[in-house]
Design a protein around this ligand. Structure first.
Ligand SMILES: Nc1ncnc2c1ncn2[C@@H]1O[C@H](COP(=O)(O)OP(=O)(O)OP(=O)(O)O)[C@@H](O)[C@H]1O
Ligand SMILES: [Mg+2]
Length: 257
């Protein structure tokens, strides 16, 4: 399956009639505004010492922007994505998304926030016992039984990622590229304002990786959102509007083109 199989940009249905002014046909605004000021995160390691994975990072991501996060292995890319996605909490500094301070937000606000963030992982992280369709619906399941509109949206998303007709396939029956397409559809089910992709092409051969990247870029035209993508691949980073480089947890090139 190639990215050429992806149909031309068209609005996904299920639009929220309460779309706010400035919102899109897809029910989302142009994406989240992310602001980090002096954000640090350390982890305890042996002998009572700690390792600073993210070190006093200042970073601003404009709504709807596409940023590549690069840097050597261990430089803090995944940790930074986890902080922005509220999977981890920063030790210090300020991290706000659309004005919500992730350091001080209560559990309820953080849960609501996480639902508005789409994650794509290097190793896909699909649930092996669930079909492609149910994997796309998985983020909805803890909250409510998916209604017809959700199932319809999941089908449309699978169609949009070029997997129409493979709704009932288990992940083990799909190629790596197809599994990542399912994971991308899953990341979009809740209409995220922010998409965090941690080496989304890292487990794919270069051609399949390019197709998955093209797919992500194409989906952005239909579903505007702020995207941060970590990658080791210079070509992938160069495709993004902006490239930032981490070295030992510090931001080396805030706009390193
Ligand atoms: N939960 C953890 N406990 C202890 N150390 C951690 C933990 N998570 C990350 N680290 C350490 O923090 C540093 C940054 O890790 P991180 O996974 O963010 O790097 P990365 O840039 O994503 O690397 P890679 O390119 O290999 O994925 C590393 O030294 C790592 O060992
Ligand atoms: Mg990583």
């Amino acid at each position: 399956m190639t990215s050429r199989a992806v149909p031309p940009a068209a609005p996904l249905s299920g639009s929220d009639p309460r779309t706010p002014p400035g919102g899109t046909e897809d029910g989302a605004a142009v994406g989240a505004a992310v602001r980090l000021v002096g954000v640090s995160k350390s982890f305890p390691v042996a002998d009572g010492k700690s390792l600073t994975a993210v070190d006093a990072v200042d970073l601003e991501l404009a709504p709807g922007s596409l940023t590549a996060l690069t840097g050597p292995s261990g430089s803090g890319k995944s940790t930074l994505l986890h902080l922005i996605g509220a999977i981890e909490r920063a030790d210090s500094g300020s991290l706000t998304v659309d004005g919500l301070d992730l350091a001080t937000a209560n559990r309820r606000s953080l849960t609501a926030y996480r639902r508005g963030v789409g994650f794509v992982f290097q190793r896909f992280h699909l649930l092996p016992a669930l079909t492609a369709l149910d994997n796309v619906l998985a983020p909805v399941l803890p909250y409510r039984r998916p209604g017809f509109d959700r199932v319809e949206r999941a089908r449309e998303l699978l169609d949009a990622v070029g997997l129409a007709g493979r709704e009932s396939a288990l992940p083990s029956r799909l190629s790596g590229g197809q599994q990542q397409r399912v994971a991308i559809a899953r990341a979009l089910i809740n209409r995220p304002r922010l998409l965090l992709a941690d080496e989304p092409t890292g487990n794919l051969d270069s051609r399949t990786g390019r197709e998955v990247l093209d797919l992500l870029l194409d989906l952005r035209t239909r579903h505007p959102m702020t995207v941060v993508l970590s990658t080791h691949d210079p070509a992938t980073a160069d495709t993004c509007e902006r490239k930032v480089v981490l070295l030992d947890g510090r931001l080396e090139a805030p706009d390193g083109r």
